[in-house]
Design a protein around this ligand. Structure first.
Ligand SMILES: [Zn+2]
Length: 402
């Protein structure tokens, strides 16, 4: 479900590392796989042959070699499996269909009825959107291996085997994910939305190859995915990385979570607009437009807008410095619509604040990058959850299980 610790035998482990390499490095060759996965050529030949028989890989043309004999290119077999990824955001639900090459084949977006939707309503909207995408793509049905959900809150594995969503900032009681999405009739995988976005950045984006890092997201709220030894850090019950609710003030501003002094209550997109409004600024409509207006006003010399923006820079820089001091990352990848826009407008000042508030040694070791994907990779990252299960063998290949 949300994650698993599987002890694989040697054959399964070789299959897993080769399949992962083929999915991440398309096209590749048998020789490249042998070097990258540290396997003998004969092992690679066997494993690739098995993956081709499983319908998961294919030879796709060839490239000339120095010796004259052409070398076959190995790719994922696109139709070998299909997955659905879902981004459950505060405004709406995006449902996306991918093939095994991780190409997006289709997308359905449904707005949520109102901002504070209840779990049952959200489950229904997701279910309708998933039905719509499956109806429109009947060819994917036979090899549909599961659905991954990026959810707004802590997604925890229960000791008894279920998965529970703790969406405290939405005011929801702990909610059973299995019950919320039972009507889908598919294998369900779920994780926190920030963690699925971090996973997409780790596979295909700015955090690719990073062993120790943080993907730090600033949207309406704030979250992060902490990468430790190449894996997402989870903690006891998956809440590790709830960066937005780390404290930067004693008895400070009230946060969506009900607590006070949280970073998100200062530097989250919603809180920035609240602070500007309280300072006398005028903003209405979508938050993205509000932030744009604030930045324009500050750049135009409006002292109130400049003060609100400068405080935001300080809060965000301080929050990032806390990540540096806690995790000693080689790289912090900043993303989310507000994070990207703030970095574009005031990246130098944010980075300066980060350096001032960090310990010198970890600060000089840490690169600051921006996300490759905007907010629209939550569904891609969620779709990687069933793909990971296919890789480690806990989901059988559709062609084999027929
Ligand atoms: Zn909070």
């Amino acid at each position: 479900m949300a994650h698993r610790a599987t002890v694989l035998g040697l054959r399964e482990r070789n299959r897993a590392v080769v399949l992962r390499h083929v999915l991440l490095n398309q096209p590749t060759t048998r020789a490249d796989i042998a070097v990258a996965c540290d396997l003998s050529t004969s092992t690679v030949t066997n494993v690739v042959g098995a993956l081709i028989r499983e319908g998961l890989a294919q030879e796709n043309g060839s490239v000339p070699s120095d010796g004259g004999r052409p070398i076959a290119q190995i790719c994922p077999a696109p139709g070998g499996a299909h997955v659905i990824g879902v981004d459950v955001g505060e405004q709406g639900v995006a449902v996306e269909l991918f093939d095994l090459s991780l190409s997006r084949l289709d997308r359905v977006f449904r707005a949520l009825p109102r901002r504070r939707s209840k779990p049952g309503q959200v489950g229904q909207v997701v279910s309708d959107a998933v039905d719509a995408i499956r109806t429109a793509n009947p060819g994917a049905e036979e090899s549909l291996i599961g659905i991954g959900l990026g959810l707004p809150g802590i997604v925890g594995q229960d000791p008894v085997g279920g998965v529970t969503l703790y969406a405290q900032s939405l005011g929801w009681e702990p909610t059973s994910v299995d019950e919320m999405f039972a009507s889908l009739g598919l294998r369900i995988f779920a994780d926190n939305g920030a963690k699925t976005l971090a996973r997409a950045e780790m596979w295909f984006g700015a955090a690719r190859g990073v062993r120790h890092g943080v993907v730090a997201l600033v949207g309406r709220g704030m979250g992060s995915g902490v990468i430790s030894n190449g894996e997402l850090l989870r903690g006891l019950s998956s809440s590790a990385g709830e960066w937005g609710h780390t404290k930067i003030a004693v008895d400070g501003r009230e946060c969506q979570c009900g607590g006070r002094g949280c970073l998100e209550a200062y530097a989250g997109g919603g809180a920035i607009m609240d602070r500007w409004r309280e300072a006398g600024g005028t903003c209405s409509g979508p938050l993205e437009q509000g932030l744009e207006k604030l930045i324009q006003a500050a750049n135009g010399g409006d002292p109130t807008a400049e003060r609100v923006l400068a405080e935001t820079v300080d809060a965000l820089g301080m929050g990032l410095a806390n990540l540096v001091n806690l995790f000693n990352p080689e790289e912090i990848v900043v993303g989310g619509w507000a994070g990207l826009r703030l970095f574009q407008a005031r990246g130098e000042q944010i980075t300066h604040r980060l350096r001032v508030d960090s310990l010198a040694r970890p600060a000089e070791q840490c690169r600051i990058e921006t996300c490759r994907f905007g907010d629209d990779a939550v569904a891609l990252g969620a779709a990687l959850l069933p793909i990971e299960a296919l890789i480690d063998g806990s989901i059988p290949s559709p062609a084999v299980s027929k």
